[in-house]
Design a protein around this ligand. Structure first.
Ligand code: ADP
Length: 395
């Protein structure tokens, strides 16, 4: 066996060292470019004007960009620099009601909800709050599993202010139109009472009156809409029962149902008292009932029922009417929206009632939903969480 270094083995080791050094250099350059990409991404995320929050599957913050940190600060309670989401000062936009924890955008995203343009107001007081539009998407990892969620907030305060001033303008104009129109209708009625009118003149006056009545209906609808919009900011909450509201709303449409040949059923169980604005809710339930009567042909059935579940109260209006397709249901609560069937029919309407109803329900911290099948009928359900009562109470 020869003494001295095994030159063959040394050469092999030298080669391996070199390979190792090359691999290390490659890894270092990969790490550097990964760090550079991360810095670039951070800069991009920090420079956009929208707030971005990324949470992991347990709801812990993974990332929050600069815009979102500012939003967070805006909604932090005085003396608390690092509040969690449930402590943030979040409000239902356009109302004086704090938003309950489970309706808050990040919480909903953590609960695996995906949504677009959900409005929320954030700030120390409702009056000085900014209005933000929140959208959430779930994050799926390379194995196809949910690893968290991303929520994006954009400030739409100036857009909302613009819409509000437009609404105030419409309210002022419709108010100004109502008085002269009422007078025109009054004089048209008087003129028609004159027994000496020729048949031709009488028919002219009839047409004029029909059109003036129609115009007055439009103006009244616009006004009711505006009152409800501003009214939701000033809800008068007093202990009231949803069951009594349902009963009264049913009574006020009973005669109309009879005249239209529709059976009106009531399955009303007494519900516990909640802090509610009974007058506004009466208007909301009245809208659902008058829609049910309007969109149900003679011989059909309309039913109003209430139920008390473990954690919520329910009021539902069911009809056996024309129904609404799945696709159209998604737009139903939007201002001025009417389904194609309604537009093509001679059933009068302006597409204001449901959006108004929704606003009243949401201002109370409740929810409204619809299930329907074309040709078979619809059910509109209003739901109030019992766990949220303390929220409404504080308003
Ligand atoms: P309007 O009835 O004055 O048009 P709404 O805002 O109350 O306005 O309703 C919006 C639209 O929703 C209606 O035009 C109609 O197309 C549809 N809709 C509402 N309620 C019902 C119902 N019970 N059955 C079928 N369609 C309905």
């Amino acid at each position: 066996m020869p003494c001295g270094p095994d030159l063959g083995a040394l050469t092999v080791m030298d080669g391996r060292n070199q390979q190792l050094a090359e691999a290390l250099a490659e890894q270092e350059s990969l790490l550097e470019s990964a760090a550079a990409s991360e810095r670039l991404l951070e800069n991009v995320i920090d420079s956009v004007g929208v707030g971005i929050v990324v949470v992991d599957r347990d709801g812990h913050d993974v990332l929050m960009n600069r815009a979102q940190r500012r939003i967070h600060q805006l909604a932090s309670p005085p003396g608390n620099d690092d509040p969690n989401e449930s402590q943030l000062l979040l409000w239902h936009p356009g109302s004086a009601l704090p938003m309950p924890p489970e309706q808050r955008p990040v919480r909903r995203a953590v609960l695996q909800e995906t949504f677009t343009n959900s409005l929320v107001a954030m700030g120390q007081t409702q009056r000085e709050a900014r209005v933000l539009s929140a959208s959430a998407r779930q994050v799926i990892d390379h194995r196809g599993e949910r690893s968290g969620a991303v929520v994006v907030f954009s400030d739409v305060t100036s857009y909302i202010d613009m819409v509000r001033s437009q609404e105030q303008f419409v309210a002022a104009v419709s108010h100004e139109l109502r008085t002269p129109l009422t007078s025109v209708i009054g004089y048209l009625e008087l003129a028609q009472d004159d027994g000496d009118l020729s048949r031709e003149t009488a028919s002219y006056l009839q047409v004029a009156q029909r059109n003036a009545d129609q115009l007055l209906l439009i103006v009244q609808d616009l006004l009711a809409d505006q009152v409800a919009r501003s009214g939701t900011e000033q809800l008068t909450l007093r202990p009231a029962r949803l069951s009594e509201i349902a009963q009264q709303a049913a009574e006020s449409v009973a005669l109309r149902a009879e005249k239209r040949g529709i059976t009106l059923e009531r399955k009303i169980v007494e519900t516990p008292e909640l802090p509610l604005d009974a007058q506004r809710l009466q208007q909301a339930v009245g809208n659902l009932l008058s829609n049910a009567l309007k969109y149900t042909p003679r011989g059909g059935t309309v039913c109003v029922h209430t139920a008390v579940e473990d954690h919520h109260l329910e009021l539902a209006v069911t009809d056996t009417g024309i129904g609404i397709s799945d696709q159209e249901q998604t737009n139903l609560f939007t201002d001025y929206y009417r389904t194609e069937t309604a537009r093509n029919s001679d059933i009068p309407g302006h597409g204001i009632g449901l959006s108004l109803t929704r606003r009243i329900v949401v201002a109370h911290g409740g929810q409204i939903s619809v299930t329907s099948r074309p040709g078979e009928g619809s059910t509109f359900t209003i739901r109030f969480g019992l766990d949220e009562v303390e929220w409404a109470d504080r308003a």
